[in-house]
Each structure stands twice: as C-alpha cells, then as structure tokens.
Unconditional design. Structure first.
Length: 248
C-alpha cells in the first residue's frame, strides 16, 4: 500500500465484481477505506472485503440498490457512521437489458435508466453536501463508449451512459468552486461478466485498433489516477476513454 489515500474514504457502487471490484482493490492499495456496495447477495462483496482486509486494508460491505433514494440515503448514512467522511465516489453500478428498439419493452428501458443514470444522480446528490462542506472530493462516473457512439441493441444503455456524460459536465461546473472534481471514464469492451455473454467477439475486435478486450485493472488504473493522484486535481468535467482506440 502506497498511502496516497491514507485517511480517505471511497464509496464504489456495484463493486463486488468486474470494474467496480478492480477499482476497490486499486483504491484500497492506495490506503483508502473502501465501501463495497452491492445490490442483492452479499457473498461476492464480503469476499472483496476479505481480500482487502487480509492485506491490511480497510473495507466494509453495504447493501443498496442505488436506483432507490431511501437505500442511497442509508448507504451514505452507514458510511458516515463508520468513517465520518467521504472523499471519493465512484458511480459504477450498472445493468444491461439489450434488444433492438422495436422489441424493447418500457420496463427494460426504465430499469436501465433508473440504475445507470438515476442512480448516478442520487448518489452524487447524496455526497455533494458532504464534499462541498469538506471543500474537497473526487467523483468519478463510469460511462461507456456506447454513450459516445451508440451501439445497436443498446438504446437504453447508450442513452443512460450519454446522460451520465452530460450530468458529469454540469455537476463539475457546479462543484468546482469548492474544490470537488467530477469526471467520467468511458470503458470500451472490457473482459467482465457483462461482456462474457457476447457471442460476436471476432466482429467486435475488428473495431478495436489494439485488437483485444481491455482488462478491468486497466480501467481501475485510470480511476485510481483520478481519485488519488495530486496531478488529477486540475482535471474536471472530462470524459476519458479506456477503449483500445475504438473512439478517436
């Protein structure tokens, strides 16, 4: 552990697996106390907590469906009761409900918008007062290249992730005067449980100049920089791609 985030507290939504888990491990390695958020079963989240604490880090698991205001409030309350401050928020929780537009049911649209976009709004609003009072904080919103370029079969997901980008830029302007930075990370095709369900891998790779899927740890590296590095203090309102060159 480097200690760059010693005495700091980070909440990472949807952090029991995939990019969220990789980000949690990365920030814990910098010395942060990490809140592992999960929506349903605590099993995977508890395993991440154990992985962090076994090497001397600090972590707890807290349940919250971040599309629900009362559960977000409970998540923030639980964090403050345990640690007394919040320095970093990584809005990572997300789902897909893919199908072509003409086949997409309203509930599939709404479920993705509720978690992937409204969840970002609820969590950010909940930590805003805390960070503004502290006059410090770093918020990192996980968007997607789908929010930049669109993707057939993902009208709901692309709309939500594009919304995250607009939200990021607005909140960055609102919070900058108090020393709070707000940025977005837009991953491309990353090896996770979500992308493991894709069947057209060879076709996808044709559009990635580096010719491979990314790793969750590579996305986590950028999250760690934005959250922990002093050099990131002058970066706000930006969208940074981790996509192997898909979007240039």
């Amino acid at each position: 552990m480097t200690g760059a985030m010693q005495d700091q507290v980070a909440i990472i939504t949807g952090s029991s697996r995939g990019i969220g888990k990789a980000a949690a491990l990365a920030l814990a390695a910098e010395g942060a106390s990490v809140v592992i958020n999960y929506a349903r079963s605590s099993t995977a989240a508890d395993e991440v907590v154990a992985e962090i604490t076994e090497v001397g880090g600090s972590a707890i698991a807290l349940q919250a469906d971040v599309s629900k205001e009362d559960q977000v409030d409970a998540l923030i309350k639980g964090t403050m009761e345990k640690f007394g401050r919040i320095d970093v928020l990584v809005n990572n929780a997300g789902i897909t409900r893919d199908t072509l537009l003409l086949r997409m049911k309203p509930d599939a649209w709404q479920a993705v918008i509720d978690l992937n976009l409204t969840g970002v709004f609820l969590c950010t609003r909940a930590v805003a007062k805390i960070m503004l009072k502290q006059r410090s904080g770093r918020i990192i919103n996980i968007s997607s290249v789908a929010g930049l370029m669109g993707n057939p079969g993902q009208a709901n997901y692309s709309a939500a992730k594009a919304g995250v980008i607009g939200f990021t830029k607005t909140v960055a302007k609102e919070m900058a005067a108090r020393g709070v930075t707000v940025n977005a990370v837009a991953p491309g095709f990353i090896e996770t449980d979500m992308t493991s369900e894709l069947s057209n891998t060879e076709e996808i790779l044709k559009f990635i100049p580096l010719g491979r899927y990314g790793q969750a740890s590579e996305v986590a590296g950028l999250i760690r920089f934005l959250a922990a590095d002093p050099a990131a203090a002058y970066i706000t309102g930006q969208v940074m791609n981790v996509d192997g060159g898909m979007v240039m």
